[in-house]
Design a protein around this ligand. Structure first.
Ligand SMILES: [Zn+2]
Length: 510
């Protein structure tokens, strides 16, 4: 008989999420990998005196969630500073921001406000933040990271570096809101050093584990995060699988070092080259063919114009690297497809991030270029009848935003990510399953697969993770209840346990 297992998880419903989805009762783990998936009776034979036996007690074990689009440093910042997400009024957001002023940081920071949750309350302004501090800089980032509000101290401190056309004004006065590349200036000003980055990433990793996330694709820009991840890995303190998707400003360094996709360790690997094309719907900067419904003169902004994007994409493709291109508006999506039709090496699995307003013709084009749809099911939170997208886009575009069902019909590989709004795969899966229209919906199994094997595929990892199968990494999430039995309240299901490499990294019940 084979050597006994190191750990067995037994007495639950084990969904492999392979093709077809198999349901078993137990998993045996050896050397951090799945050794066998079978009935509790059979797995019992893998148990020796040294084997740790974890009783699943009727809960549901799935492959761990792979969040294909994250901003881990921002998540860490929101854990350590003020988390403004989910605030239900401007006052609540400002109250939370005020709690950070009581701490002893140089900057007072808040992350994740979303005025679309506030009824008639407007987005905060400079004056609102001046009321929090007049001697320290205050910055509050919008949930989509495409705009940030500054108080007067912060505006004065950064004024020389802020591009003047991205400082929003009203009758000649700065409102405190700055957008797009001006957001990068603010981000650079608060960028943590290597050691601080490690602390923030550790806080973000703990949060990921609490939500059943065992792997992330992290979008990294001008930051100490790559070094901090490798420091954590070297110290044996990295228990989340991280693919670093480097922003295009790192491309010179990556080419010089000869890095290729997947270079790295079991825990931290080289991923794609990330770039923008347009902005976002929330910030009215997505490049759209028809103007925004609530801003008839606005059709969005090129953050990276098409010619510049083409040059970059060709360079990435020639270097054998993977491209991850942000494109939200229909015009931006078509600009990316124009380029991928010319340079796309299908083996490269180039990815388009977001794809929110992809139309039928472009779905066919996307299918033909074999690129990955890296999408965010949680964005359906704005697609309701009275939601933000109804106001920004009007009803027709609102009902066909993020057409997850249509992407699935076209057999396009779908990777799910949260983009940190919020990081919570179960919330995203519920949104995918309960979306307003059939074109926007997936089945429970399809949505779970997109957040596991689909995201693994986007990182060339489908033979390492994303299903509970022999030989794969023993990365699991254990849920208190079955998502198939409660499709309308998947977000409320408790994560009982998160397992990485066979080790329990999070457990809700003591
Ligand atoms: Zn993002």
């Amino acid at each position: 008989m084979a050597r006994p297992a190191d750990v067995v998880f037994t007495g639950g419903d084990v969904h492999t999420l392979a093709e077809p989805d198999g349901v078993e009762e137990a998993v045996a783990v050896r050397n951090g990998r799945v050794a066998r998936v079978d009935s509790a009776y059979e797995i019992d034979f893998c148990t020796g005196v040294e084997t740790t036996v974890v009783d699943l007690d009727g809960s549901v074990l799935l492959p761990g969630f792979v969040d294909a689009h994250t901003h881990m440093l921002t998540l860490g910042q929101s854990r350590v500073h003020a988390d403004l997400s989910g605030a239900e009024s401007q006052k609540e957001a400002l109250d939370r921001l005020r709690t950070d002023a009581a701490r002893n940081h140089d900057w007072v920071l808040g992350f994740g406000w979303d005025e679309s949750d506030w009824g008639t309350d407007p987005a905060p302004r400079r004056d609102d933040l001046d009321a929090i501090s007049t001697d320290r800089p205050v910055a509050a980032f919008r949930v989509d990271l495409h705009s940030v509000v500054l108080n007067s101290v912060a505006l004065d401190r950064l004024r020389a570096d802020l591009p003047s056309d991205e400082i929003r004004t009203e009758s000649g006065e700065a409102t405190g809101v700055v957008v797009e590349s001006a957001v990068d200036v603010v981000s650079a000003a608060i960028e943590p050093g290597r050691e601080r980055a490690g602390t923030l990433l550790r806080a973000a990793i703990d949060f990921a584990h609490e939500h059943g996330v065992t792997a992330v694709h992290d979008m990294v820009r001008q930051s100490a995060a790559p070094r901090a991840y490798r420091d954590l890995d070297a110290a044996d303190d990295l228990d989340l699988r991280v693919r670093i998707n480097y922003w295009a400003d790192h491309l010179d360094a990556i080419e010089e070092l000869g890095l290729r996709p997947n270079h790295g360790s079991e825990f931290v690997r080289t991923g794609a080259i990330k770039t923008f094309t347009d902005g976002s719907i929330g910030s009215q900067s997505a490049r759209v063919a028809e103007p925004f419904a609530d801003e008839p003169d606005e059709t969005g902004t090129w953050v990276v114009p098409p010619a510049e994007f083409r040059t970059l994409a060709e360079r990435v493709d020639d270097a054998g690297l993977q491209l991850a291109a942000h494109a939200i508006g229909d015009v931006a999506i078509d600009a990316v497809l124009d380029v991928l039709e010319d340079v796309g090496d299908p083996a490269a699995r180039h990815r388009i991030e977001h794809l929110e307003l992809i139309d039928e013709a472009s779905i066919a084009r996307l299918s033909a270029v074999d690129a990955v749809a890296s999408v965010q099911p949680n964005f359906h939170q704005w697609a309701g009848e009275d939601g933000l997208y109804a106001r920004r886009l009007g009803d027709e575009r609102r009902r066909r935003s993020n057409p997850l069902g249509r992407l699935a019909d076209a057999d396009i590989p779908i990777a799910f990510g949260s983009d940190g709004m919020p990081m919570d795969p179960l919330y995203g899966i519920e949104q995918a399953v309960t979306a307003p229209t059939a074109a926007q919906r997936l089945s429970v199994t399809e949505a779970l697969r997109a957040y596991t094997r689909g995201s693994a595929y986007a990182g060339y990892d489908e033979n390492r993770m994303g299903t509970v199968e022999t030989g794969n990494l023993a990365d699991f999430v254990v849920l208190a209840e079955s998502p198939w039995e409660h499709p309308e309240r998947i977000a409320d299901i408790d994560v009982v346990m998160t397992v990485v490499g066979g080790e329990v990294v999070y457990e809700s019940r003591q």
